[in-house]
Ligand binder design. Structure first.
Ligand code: FES
Length: 253
C-alpha cells in the first residue's frame, strides 16, 4: 500500500531503484541523499509524492525526509529548469566578473535567483564557491564547469541552450546532460561518461607541478600528530605524504 501517487509502472521502477540505493549502505536511512537525487531524476524536483516514497521505503516520517530535502541547496522544492545555470558570485569570482555575468544573464533571461524561464529551459542561480577558484569567474550548468567566463561567453551558453544546441563544458563530459539526467548520476546510477573530456586542468595542477620541480613536500607530523615545519623535506612521490613514506602515522613502533 502506498500513498506516493505515482502511476503503477513508474512506482514499481522507482521503488526498485530506491531499494538498490538502500542496499549500498549499512543503515537504510543513509540512502536518503541519493534517493532525493533519484526523485529529482523522475520529477525534476523533490516532489511531495517523492517525499512520500522516500519515507515509505526508509520507514521514516515525511517530516524527516523534508528536513533533509530543505537543508541542502541541490534539492529543489519547485520544478527545476531543464538546465540549471549557476553563476558563482562568491568573493573571488564576483570581483573577477561573476557579479556582472549574473546580472547580464538575469536581465537577458528575465529571471532572478532560483527562478525558471517560462519555457522551462533554464533555472538561474547565484552560486556560492564551486571550488573552481583557479578558473574564476566560473559558471556551472547542471554542475559541469564552464571556466574563465565573461558576460559574452555566458550569453553564448544560454543562447545555445535556448536554441536546443548541446553545450560543452570546459572540463568533464563532452556535453552537459539535462537536470534529470545529471540527477540520476548523482543518485549513483552511472551514465558511462566519467572518463570523457578534460579532468583536472592545468591551473589546478600548477601547484603540484611547482612542488615537484622544487622538491617541496608536506611537513611530517611530530609525536603528538601536529605538523612539524622543520621536518618532511623528502620527496615521497605522487600523492604520498611523509607519514605514509616512513610509517610513522598512527604507528607505535
Ligand atoms: S569563488 Fe567562484 S569558484 Fe571559488
Amino acid at each position: 500500500m502506498t500513498d506516493s501517487n505515482y502511476p503503477e509502472e513508474v512506482y514499481a521502477n522507482l521503488r526498485a531503484e530506491c531499494e538498490q540505493i538502500v542496499a549500498r549502505y549499512p543503515q537504510a536511512r543513509s540512502a536518503l541523499g541519493p534517493m532525493l537525487h533519484l526523485i529529482q531524476s523522475y520529477d525534476g524536483y523533490v516532489s511531495p509524492r517523492g517525499v512520500a516514497m522516500c519515507a515509505e521505503v526508509l520507514g521514516i516520517t515525511r517530516a524527516e525526509v523534508s528536513a533533509v530535502a530543505t537543508f541542502y541547496s541541490q534539492y529543489r522544492r519547485r520544478p527545476n529548469g531543464e538546465y540549471n545555470v549557476g553563476v558563482c558570485t562568491n568573493a573571488l569570482c564576483a570581483v573577477l566578473g561573476g557579479d556582472i555575468i549574473y546580472e547580464t544573464l538575469s536581465e537577458e533571461l528575465g529571471v532572478g535567483h532560483t527562478e525558471t524561464t517560462e519555457d522551462g529551459k533554464i533555472t538561474l542561480e547565484a552560486l556560492e564557491c564551486n571550488a573552481a577558484c583557479d578558473y574564476a569567474p566560473v559558471v556551472m550548468v547542471n554542475w559541469e564547469f564552464f571556466d574563465n567566463q565573461t558576460p559574452a561567453s555566458a550569453m553564448r551558453i544560454v543562447n545555445d541552450i535556448r536554441d536546443g544546441k548541446p553545450v560543452r563544458p570546459t572540463r568533464g563530459p563532452e556535453t552537459v546532460g539535462t537536470f534529470k539526467e545529471i540527477s540520476r548520476v548523482l543518485a549513483g546510477f552511472e551514465d558511462g561518461r566519467a572518463a570523457e573530456g578534460v579532468a583536472a586542468g592545468e591551473a589546478s595542477l600548477l601547484g603540484l607541478k611547482l612542488a615537484r620541480e622544487r622538491d617541496w613536500t608536506a611537513p611530517r607530523e611530530d609525536e603528538s600528530g601536529a605538523a612539524d615545519p622543520q621536518a618532511g623535506t623528502e620527496n615521497v612521490g605522487e600523492y604520498g605524504s611523509s607519514a605514509d613514506h616512513d610509517g610513522r602515522e598512527g604507528d607505535a613502533k
